[in-house]
Design a protein around this ligand. Structure first.
Ligand SMILES: [Ca+2]
Length: 408
């Protein structure tokens, strides 16, 4: 095989793969993929929630990097967490361990393959991949020169109970027992009213809400009047109360801040966490059942503050990335780019804002400004990691090129 270009043809990927190396003790699989020529100085790592991320491996190769992705010890669907039930070692693999060991091993393989040291190593991942990137530079600041972290669920031990709370908030089981339940059939009407009020708030009616926090939404515009339909067009007062809670932070007992609310303009993604009247999405109650080990007999109806307290105390898989002192990473010259779509309804975009603010509050008093090495970009109209229901720009596989420009 031969080639002359720094850009690798896609067809060559299969021939260059060092396929699916299994690490016996930790039982996870990872897959480094290496270009044959001219690209031996770089190494990009990708991660995903459900297994080896082959698509992102290809994107890395496209830019001429040797790349790696790991399944972190299991292969599943995004909503099936049964692999974690009573499996503390698998949880640790997923939480932090498989990623770091795969990084070490893949660097060794890349170095041996090209017979020269790696000059730069970069990381790119979104959703739980973003979380893994943030956690890696907190635990091992030496792993990467630069990290691109998208929509990271860094506060995992709070985010998943929040998802369980959302599901319970908008549940209706048996049917008709929760007057505040907002059926999914009403989501489009809410979305339309939000767009009508908020799109102009940025000065341009273009179908994109640049900053939902600039919009002073008047909820009462959605109230039913007279005999209006309550299934597709307007909301009752009880439903309006639910809507207010969805858009506002979730505060619990003793003024405990659990999560920012979902943003105005995120309604297109609501069916995932809010669309099932029978307790919501398994991402919420499944975390309690499987990650926290309560088992399938635990019902979403049992959710209360004690679940949040227990999750905070145990943090299954040690997955939460809440060490805000990133100065060791910065001191080594590390650069961090973070992005989050404002229309993301899987992970509240405010969680990324909160993380950035916590890092700022930790480091600025120490005399360390952030702009030169850490930037957060909120994406108007952007959904969870990919896509936009309003046609907003969101594509970040140019993200690798963007990251290189910033980090080099
Ligand atoms: Ca606009």
């Amino acid at each position: 095989m031969s080639g002359t270009s720094g850009i690798l043809p896609w067809a060559m990927v299969a021939f260059l793969e060092v396929s699916q190396l299994v690490v016996p003790k930790q039982r996870h699989t990872y897959s480094p993929v290496m270009p044959h020529i001219s690209c031996s100085k770089h190494c990009i790592q990708h991660a995903d929630f459900t297994g080896i991320n082959w698509l992102d491996l290809g994107a890395g190769l496209h830019y001429g990097f040797a790349t790696m992705s790991t399944d972190t010890g299991h292969s599943s669907t995004i909503v099936d967490g049964t692999w974690a039930y009573n499996e503390p070692e698998k949880l640790n693999d997923w939480g932090y361990r498989a990623m770091h060991e795969s990084i070490i091993l893949s660097k060794q393989i890349v170095t041996a393959f090209y017979e020269q040291p790696i000059d730069y190593s970069y990381y790119s991942g979104c959703s739980t991949g973003g979380r893994q990137g943030l956690l890696e530079i907190q635990l091992h600041p030496e792993s990467f020169n630069g990290v691109l972290a998208g929509a990271p669920p860094w506060w995992f031990k709070y985010l998943q109970p929040y998802a369980a709370w959302l599901g319970k908030l908008n549940s209706d089981h048996p049917a008709g027992t929760n007057p505040g339940h907002i059926p999914a059939s009403l989501f489009p009407a809410i979305e339309a009213e939000v767009m009508r009020q908020c799109d102009p708030s940025d000065g341009l009616v273009d179908g994109i809400i640049t900053d939902p926090r600039m919009c002073h939404f008047q909820y009462e515009a959605l109230l039913c009047k007279g005999s209006s339909s309550t299934t597709t067009a307007c909301l009752t007062a009880a439903q309006l109360d639910t809507l207010v809670q969805i858009y506002h932070p979730y505060m619990e007992t003793n003024n405990t801040f659990v999560s920012p609310g979902l943003e105005l303009g995120s309604e297109a993604e609501w069916p995932v966490l809010l669309g099932d009247p029978n307790g919501g999405c398994p991402l919420g109650f499944g975390y309690v059942q499987n990650y926290m080990g309560k088992g399938e007999d635990w019902s979403w109806k049992d959710f209360d503050y004690s679940i949040i307290q227990e999750a905070d105390a145990t943090d299954p898989g040690a997955a939460t990335a809440d060490d805000f002192d990133l100065s060791p990473f910065q001191a080594r010259g590390g650069k961090l780019l973070q992005y989050h779509g404002y229309a993301d309804a899987y992970i509240p975009p405010g969680m990324s804002v909160y993380f950035y603010e916590r890092v700022m509050h930790t480091l600025v008093p120490q005399g360390l400004e952030l702009d030169g090495w850490y930037r957060l970009f909120m994406v108007p109209g952007g959904g969870h990691c990919a896509g936009s229901s309003v046609g907003a720009p969101w594509y970040f596989a140019g993200n690798i090129a963007t990251a290189i420009c910033f980090m080099s």
